[in-house]
Design a protein around this ligand. Structure first.
Ligand SMILES: Nc1ncnc2c1ncn2[C@@H]1O[C@H](COP(=O)(O)OP(=O)(O)OP(=O)(O)O)[C@@H](O)[C@H]1O
Ligand SMILES: [Mg+2]
Length: 269
């Protein structure tokens, strides 16, 4: 069948998450002020910005764990809602891995799906099959204190991934990994994202990682955080590892580093 629209550019995807004028104050600290962002279905958006600028606070709001100050609005899947209504609707990997010390690797990995109603037996079988993909084969019965920091991070990522939701929030998920494991996990994540049609918001301090993974990079200002720059990353997918040495990549990196540095300097003044 011919498609009369085949030469037209595709219609922009629908918005999945939209924040308008979001602020968050903790006592005398204003973490976020007037933050606006629109995340479309299926997008991979990376978030960078100086330490303490409010990135994790933003994720806590979107995960439904913190309510923003009055005045702003939050819409998810086209409906305006309170942040708390998003609890359980999004998959969230917090910056701290939050593994339960008395639970084994496998039982930590299934925590969210078990709480969501799946039987332990079914959940364990599902998770066991995935262990090799996360480099954790053979470690299913270990306790968190017997793991390295990078392994703990992978258990937490596996837990988030098993909790299948349209929106995944990943707060520095690869921060504790060595360069090679990190590259492998980045490729794995891109593959998962493409195959499973998820929408991902991903915080990182690594600009190369932000560009390599993202459709867009959001640069957050020094506190109080708001979006300073939205950099579209028009690099072809699938992203090839050599991309990071190409001029288009380097130019994007230069722009982004300049914006981040400007904000980092402010947060030190
Ligand atoms: N629950 C809380 N109570 C009081 N202050 C808080 C709370 N959560 C965050 N803050 C403050 O809000 C600001 C933003 O913190 P947040 O953790 O969001 O920063 P971040 O951008 O994630 O930093 P990093 O890159 O270091 O992880 C900080 O000044 C922090 O002290
Ligand atoms: Mg943080």
């Amino acid at each position: 069948m011919s498609d009369v629209n085949s030469s037209a550019s595709p219609a922009p995807a629908e918005s999945l998450l939209r924040l308008d004028g979001i602020s968050k104050t903790f006592g005398s600290t204003t973490a976020l002020k007037g933050l606006n962002v629109d995340i479309r279905k299926g997008e991979f958006v990376t978030v960078v910005g100086p330490s303490g600028c409010g990135k994790s606070t933003l994720f806590n709001i979107v995960a439904g764990l913190e309510e923003p100050d009055a005045g702003g609005t939050l819409s998810f899947d086209g409906r305006q809602q309170k942040a708390s209504a998003l609890l359980g609707q999004v998959a969230f990997m917090p910056q701290k891995d939050l593994l339960l010390p008395w639970r084994s690797v496998i039982d930590n990995a299934i925590l969210a799906i078990e709480m969501d109603g799946m039987s332990k037996k079914e959940a364990r079988a599902l998770a066991l099959k995935m262990l090799p993909e996360f480099g954790l084969a053979g470690f299913e019965n270990q306790l968190p204190h017997q793991l390295s920091g990078g392994m703990r991070q992978r258990v937490a990522l596996m837990r988030t991934f098993l909790f299948k939701r349209d929106l995944m929030l990943l707060d520095e998920p690869f921060g504790a990994l060595d360069a090679l494991t990190r590259t492998m996990m980045q490729r794995w994540l891109l593959d998962v994202w493409q195959r499973h049609n998820r929408t991902i918001l991903f915080i990182t301090h690594d600009v190369d990682e932000a560009i390599f993974l993202g459709d867009r990079v959001l640069v957050v200002t020094a506190r109080p955080g708001r979006i300073k720059l939205e950099q579209k990353i028009d690099l072809p997918r699938p992203r090839r590892p050599e991309l990071v040495t190409e001029p288009a990549f380097i130019n994007l990196k230069r722009n982004l580093l300049e914006a981040i540095e400007e904000e980092s300097m402010k947060s030190f003044v």
